[in-house]
Design a protein around this ligand. Structure first.
Ligand SMILES: O=C(O)CCC(=O)C(=O)O
Ligand SMILES: [Fe+2]
Length: 344
């Protein structure tokens, strides 16, 4: 006998259960119940006074007589802001749109399906070690190693390896182009990046920031610097990315035709502090979900990061050492200390 025909209440409960099963959102509220009960709202200061447009670099100028000016602008933005945006970057809109729509379907699946890929190397959400609301990131992500030896992380999913590979290949060319320009700007050895970073050593991260119902909001991603040479970010229209400039948080105005580039810790060390790895964060949105894709240009674990300057600020270290130190700090003290651990 169909109980739902007789008992409307039973039907409502069944419907609720089915809806819950189809819910794409991670169970933030339930999992962090204790934190929400003890802290009525986040003490994190989410306010940013200003919205800014990042320095905008037109990369098509690299093929004109204005190439040197364009290169100088890239170096200047990396020194003054640690962030800039690029247009005419050579990555087709068709590819970016396709990747976005596959990313959206991937994340729109029921949470239960995404959990099948749950591991530090694939699907992740929230913050496993959060003991306070300001350590919680209201987001979920697929972290994808581009090494061929890794299993495809989407065993249970719809996004195609083809799209991931195409996107990674295009972003890799762009990252190498930018790294060359930045190395030349310092009079450094541009071949270093060809020798140490290849597509096997880099990562892609697909991010989704679900709408956040917590009054006053939370971090979508807690403040951090990136542990790589440089990051290329493709964000949607929703906005929420903020960066630290002159001691204040500034909101980055989304630009649909631009990709955002930021300097990571390794470039700061390699450039002896000339290019800045700037703290950034994402602020949750109460009503809209947000998507972004980040490409992290990393070297192989054995690569040595060392500045060519006469008086180096940082001691030489391998990427393996850097990562291990970051992981150890996060585990033992709850946050990343980063480059200051490697000062001479
Ligand atoms: O989603 C964003 O805007 C920023 C992502 C980010 O900072 C990261 O993945 O490291
Ligand atoms: Fe980041």
């Amino acid at each position: 006998m169909n109980m739902a025909l007789i008992y409307p209440m039973f039907q409502a409960a069944q419907t609720r259960q089915v809806l819950k099963k189809m819910d794409p959102n991670p169970p933030f509220m339930n999992t962090y119940k204790k934190l929400f009960n003890t802290q009525p709202s986040c003490s994190c200061d989410l306010v940013s006074e200003e919205e800014c447009e990042l320095p905008l670099i037109d990369l098509s100028l690299l093929h004109t007589e204005n190439a040197s000016r364009c290169k100088r602008e890239i170096a200047a933005a990396s020194l003054n802001w640690g962030f800039f945006q690029v247009v005419n970057h050579g990555i087709s809109t068709e590819l970016l749109d396709r990747a976005r729509s596959e990313q959206v379907s991937l994340f729109r699946q029921p949470f239960e399906n995404k959990c099948k890929d749950f591991s530090a190397d694939a699907y992740r959400w929230g913050a496993p070690t959060a003991t306070s609301l300001h350590q919680l990131s209201w987001s979920e992500a697929y972290h994808i190693s581009l090494s061929q030896s890794h299993d495809h992380p989407f065993k249970h999913n719809t996004i195609t390896r083809k799209t991931i590979e195409e996107l990674a290949a295009s972003l890799s060319s762009l990252a190498h182009l930018l790294a060359r320009v930045l190395a030349e700007g310092l009079g450094g050895d541009a071949a270093y990046f060809e020798d140490n970073c290849n597509r096997e050593t880099c990562y892609l991260r697909l991010n989704r920031y679900p709408p956040c119902p917590v009054p006053g909001g939370l971090f979508g991603l807690i403040p951090h610097t990136d542990s790589d040479f440089l990051t290329i970010l493709c964000q949607d229209q929703v906005g929420g990315l903020q960066l630290m400039k002159d001691g204040r948080w500034i909101t980055v105005k989304p630009n649909p035709s631009a990709l955002v580039v930021n300097i990571g810790d390794l470039f700061q060390a390699w450039s002896n502090g000339v290019y800045k790895s700037v703290e950034h964060r994402v602020i949750s949105n109460p009503n809209q979900e947000r998507f972004s894709v980040a490409y992290f240009m990393c070297p192989s674990y054995d690569s040595i990061i060392q500045s060519q300057a006469e008086t180096a600020i940082y001691r030489r270290f391998s990427f393996r050492e850097f990562r291990q130190q970051v992981q150890e700090d996060v585990k033992l003290i709850g946050y990343k200390v980063g480059l200051s651990r490697f000062l001479v």
